[in-house]
Design a protein around this ligand. Structure first.
Ligand SMILES: Cc1cc2nc3c(=O)[nH]c(=O)nc-3n(C[C@H](O)[C@H](O)[C@H](O)COP(=O)(O)OP(=O)(O)OC[C@H]3O[C@@H](n4cnc5c(N)ncnc54)[C@H](O)[C@@H]3O)c2cc1C
Length: 471
């Protein structure tokens, strides 16, 4: 085991966009010696699930002009691309409203990290560690992070930047097919589309952004068979449309504290905007700076109501498709190669080399059967971190270091990501960022929110380290 170093050490678990940006902010903000350890179990650091794709048809769903890594330079990504125009892999021109390949964004995050390392003050060091953290032992200032391979690393503070959990099973009860090659549980896993014959029929369970990603990837691979996408309500993500920003209609207003109040407020404003010929999209986007405050103003009962009645519609309208992606989807749909269904899956059984998928179309009583060669689970991430059987989460839970929020939307945390103990106050040395904060912030998983969280977590960590280590 490495001995505890005199230089304060922050360990970041997870090298996706969130973990990388916390590292970047620590490297930028630290003025005294510091060690930053970034643990990543799988992909290249900086990419994570979203930007680790190798498929050039996978586009960002936020315009380039708003994807900058720093809260005070939201056009930083745009400028980075502009300075590389014409180079291999980069477009011939770029505009703020463009939706660029996510691969390019992964390269950008990597570059931002490299630049932050290079410009850190002497004594501020960074190390990437390829490994999976399975436990954290000890207490503040004498922590030991244990990796799956047996190595142990010392640290003073820890940031959980572990992203989303894999989705739930499409039928909750155990099904033999879940152990079969015909079923893919994690659509992002390597080789999830390998071995699918080009003309084969495929069932995607879910019709959100993940399903659309798979449709595009299958298309790029030359797939010609019918792709079926089944979701409970048959709601598809809406499409982005270029528009001028809407006025800040919530400025100075008391924010709604009920779901009914929120929906009345939004519907009213959308109606008013429509009268002036303005689309609903900029109206919805204009509340984004307030969305965390609105969420925090809702009681847990109201948040539960939102999850039950509003969430599917919110997701479909809030997380929209880039126009070129929507055009491609529509082309495939019109050609009959992509079919969407609304209904509940009831039966998935392998039979003579195919999978029989039975579902009950919404609003009907008669079951319908599809015969496909592959079923891919695109139901979106689960959020019950306290039930998911990953050794790190199980161990943290067993030590009472993490707890779930009342709706199990994430890990219970104070504002700014300080993790709360099971039925207690903050742990003190443990922070989290991104998806685990959904219960407390709701809107917290896209870059515009992550870059703000990363800056604030780094500032807090540094100020506390200075205070506690000099005390
Ligand atoms: C397909 C997709 C497309 C998206 N597109 C956009 C977009 O265009 N714009 C936008 O703003 N947002 C987008 N998002 C939202 C996206 O979630 C965030 O932008 C961001 O990528 C989240 O990064 P993260 O680091 O929090 O999570 P992740 O990307 O999930 O990264 C978490 C990392 O932690 C690692 N990890 C977990 N546990 C351990 C452990 N115990 N030890 C070591 N490593 C561990 C994982 O391997 C993973 O690499 C998209 C999301 C998805 C899924």
């Amino acid at each position: 085991m490495t001995s505890i170093e005199p230089v304060p050490t922050v360990a970041i678990i997870g090298g996706g966009a969130s973990g990388s940006l916390v590292a970047v902010q620590l490297l930028r903000q630290a003025r005294r010696p510091l060690r930053v350890l970034l643990f990543e179990r799988m992909t290249d650091v900086g990419r994570g699930v979203a930007y680790g794709t190798r498929c050039s048809a996978h586009l960002l769903n936020v315009p380039a002009g708003r994807m900058g890594a720093y809260p005070d330079q939201i056009d930083h990504f745009l400028k980075w691309v502009e300075s590389r125009i014409g180079q291999p892999g980069f477009p011939a021109a770029v505009f703020p409203g463009d939706f660029l390949p996510r691969q390019i964004y992964g390269d950008y995050l990597r570059d931002v990290l490299t630049a932050a390392r290079a410009s850190a003050v002497p004594g501020v060091e960074f190390e990437e560690i390829k490994g999976e953290v399975i436990d954290i032992e000890g207490d503040a200032d004498a922590l030991r992070l244990r990796c799956g391979g047996g190595q142990v690393f010392a640290a003073n503070r820890v940031v959980l930047a572990i992203g989303n959990l894999p989705g739930e099973y499409p039928i909750r009860s155990p099904q033999p097919i879940y152990h079969s090659q015909s079923y893919v549980h994690i659509p992002w896993s390597k080789g999830s589309l390998a071995g699918i014959p080009a003309e084969a029929e495929v069932l995607l369970v879910g019709a959100g952004l993940t399903a659309i990603d798979l449709v595009l990837e299958l298309h790029v691979r030359g797939h010609t068979g019918t792709i079926h996408a089944l979701s409970r309500r048959g709601l598809l993500p809406q499409v982005h449309r270029a528009a001028a920003p809407y006025r800040d209609f919530l400025a100075g207003q008391e924010l709604p504290t009920t779901v009914l109040g929120l929906s009345q407020l939004l519907r009213g404003e959308i109606r008013r905007a429509k009268v002036s010929g303005i689309d609903w999209r900029p109206v919805l986007d204009s509340i984004r700076p307030y969305s965390q405050a609105i969420w925090q103003g809702l009681s847990w009962v109201e948040r539960a109501r939102f999850m039950r009645h509003v969430r599917p519609f919110w997701e479909a309208h809030r997380h929209r498709l880039a126009p070129p992606v929507a055009a491609q989807v529509e082309e495939l749909r019109l050609a009959g190669r992509l079919k969407f269904y609304a209904g509940r899956l009831s039966h998935l059984v392998e039979n003579q080399g195919a999978v029989e998928a039975k579902f009950r179309p919404r609003g009907t009583t008669e079951a319908r059967t599809l015969r496909v060669v592959k079923v891919i689970n695109c139901t979106g991430p689960r959020s019950d971190y306290s039930k998911y059987q990953h050794p790190l989460l199980v161990n943290l839970l067993a030590r009472g270091l993490i707890d779930h929020d009342p709706l199990a939307l994430g890990i219970r945390a104070a504002p700014h990501g300080e993790v709360m103990r099971y039925r207690g106050g903050t742990v003190g040395w443990l922070h989290t960022i991104g998806a685990p904060l959904k219960g407390d912030l709701w809107e917290c998983t896209a870059m515009p929110e992550i870059r703000v969280q990363a800056e604030s977590i780094a500032a807090q960590l540094l100020s506390r380290l200075t205070i506690s280590l000099s005390a």
